[in-house]
Ligand binder design. Structure first.
Ligand SMILES: Cc1ncc(COP(=O)(O)O)c(C=O)c1O
Length: 471
């Protein structure tokens, strides 16, 4: 902040608080000294001392100084002060063009006025009752109207929890244990799904995982129907869980035939098909990935956008399956438990409802998808012009930049250490230029309604600038 700005703020504050004397006098002194040249203040804003010292404090109380591994940045993360529209502002006053979008949740951009107003009104009436309320009914009806396969729904605190309950429900309904997921698929930290997230796929993704949970999870190659068919042949599966777009794998879309083939395989096998639409739900259109690809799952897991960016998850789907969560209809091992203190909390649902209503009534998807196409074509031209080894993946407003020599990217089996190193350099270069992607070793992102064409163009030209330095 410049000194003049500071002085003006002081005047403003004094006006607001009707306490003119001290701050106005101080402001006047500063302005006088500044104009006379007796006071010289460094206008250096590129330092990151506040973030550095916050990180030093963080290292003492938070493992690695962070609250989530993918938020790790070298040598330390920037610390956010506020977020508005397509930007996040750090404690140093830097302004980042944000394609991280709260882990892809903020489709409308940060602090959208309609969501903010809805939340402010709700806060006056309390923010988590831990009891039944009208909004959970309204929100569920809204989701059902947009995504008809979700005949019934239960809300959870996170996408991870949503996936955990979806698997539990599939096991309850099929009375089978074995499940299958795809390599590169990220479904959250639940033991049974926390495997084969990044290559090498046979290495454990974390310590402390339940061995029994892991041995009952088959991992399959994404977008490879034949291999999937071979692997699950003669196995009695409770479910196959799949993301319509491999998010953590760098926004790699499923091929339509692959998803349609999974539907058939599940039907032949007697397994349930679960779509993890935590990212794609309400992102690829009101009906999510299932509408976009035209394939209907038995169960759907949602999160992110349905809570307007506040913590949320949900599991929904066929009535006959969801009813196994009804303790008045089922008991003992036919009943599937779900619940929690924050389940269907009203503040999250009000933010989610305002977000979904805005998606319904404003051309949000049209706008973000148009920006997405613009970005894809510019990034592809940048790659051509710079003769760089890179591939762009994505769909709609979701995109991934794969710094790889592979001709096409259909899954992340080829994610090499060279790609990771190049990705880190690109990530750092963009960050230095105040452009934020997620994450450091596999840059990908999402476009929000608050982004502009100019912003997207500037992003693409920065990528080109970087690629030219590489070649
Ligand atoms: C596809 C997918 N599923 C599940 C999750 C887990 O959701 P949460 O972080 O809310 O637990 C994520 C999180 O990024 C995700 O991208």
């Amino acid at each position: 902040m410049s000194l003049e700005l500071l002085a003006n703020c002081l005047i403003d504050k004094s006006h607001l608080h009707e306490c003119l004397d001290v701050s106005a006098i101080l402001a006047n002194i500063i302005i006088t000294l500044l104009t006379s040249g007796e006071l010289v203040i460094s206008t250096e804003t590129s330092g990151t001392r506040q973030s550095e010292s916050l990180h030093e404090r963080a290292l003492r109380v938070l493992p690695a100084g962070i609250s989530y591994k993918i938020r790790y940045m070298e040598p330390y993360p920037f610390y956010v002060d506020s977020a508005l529209g397509s930007k996040v502002f750090d404690v140093e006053g830097r302004k980042y063009s944000d394609y991280w979008c709260t882990h892809f949740s903020m489709i409308l951009g940060h602090a959208h006025p309609k969501v903010k107003t809805a939340m402010a009104e709700q806060i006056e009436k309390g923010w988590n009752y831990g009891l039944s309320h009208e909004l959970e009914v309204r929100h569920a009806e809204l989701v059902n109207r947009c995504m008809p396969s979700v005949e019934m729904i239960r809300y959870t605190n996170s996408g991870s929890e949503g996936n955990m309950y979806a698997v539990r429900l599939a096991r309850t309904c099929t009375k089978r244990t074995l499940i299958a997921k795809f390599e590169g698929g990220w479904h959250g930290g639940y033991d049974a799904l926390h495997c084969a997230v990044k290559p090498p796929f046979n290495a454990p993704s974390s310590g402390g995982l339940d061995k029994h949970a892991m041995k009952d999870t088959l991992t399959l190659p994404y977008n490879d129907l034949e291999e999937t068919r071979r692997t699950i042949r003669r196995r009695r599966l409770a479910c196959i869980i799949v993301e319509p777009v491999l998010g953590g794998g760098g926004m790699i879309p499923a091929e339509r035939d692959f998803l349609a083939g999974l539907r058939e395989l599940c039907d032949e096998n007697g397994a349930l098909l679960i779509f993890d639409e935590v990212i794609t739900g309400f992102r690829l259109g009101m009906g999510g990935g299932q509408e976009y690809f035209g394939v209907k799952p038995d169960l759907t897991v949602l999160g992110k956008i349905i809570g307007g960016g506040l913590p949320i998850g949900a599991v929904g789907g066929r009535r006959d399956l969801m009813e196994h969560m009804d303790h008045t209809k089922y008991s003992s091992n036919e009943y599937c438990f779900q619940g929690g203190t924050g389940a269907a909390n009203i503040l999250t649902l009000i933010a989610g409802e305002a977000t979904i209503q805005t998606l319904m009534h404003e051309p949000v998807h049209e706008c973000v998808n148009k920006l997405g196409s613009r970005l894809f074509s510019q990034l592809n031209s940048s790659i051509d012009r710079s003769r760089s080894h890179a591939r762009i993946t994505g769909v709609g407003s979701l995109f991934g930049i794969h710094l790889t020599k592979q001709k096409s990217v259909r899954n992340i089996a080829g994610w090499s250490s060279e790609q990771q190193e190049r990705s880190k350099r690109l990530f750092r270069f963009l960050l230095k230029n105040e452009i934020l992607l997620l994450a450091i070793d596999l840059p990908h992102g999402a476009i929000s309604y608050a982004h502009s064409e100019d912003e997207v163009d500037a992003f693409a030209s920065r990528v080109e600038e970087y690629l030219k330095t590489e070649t």
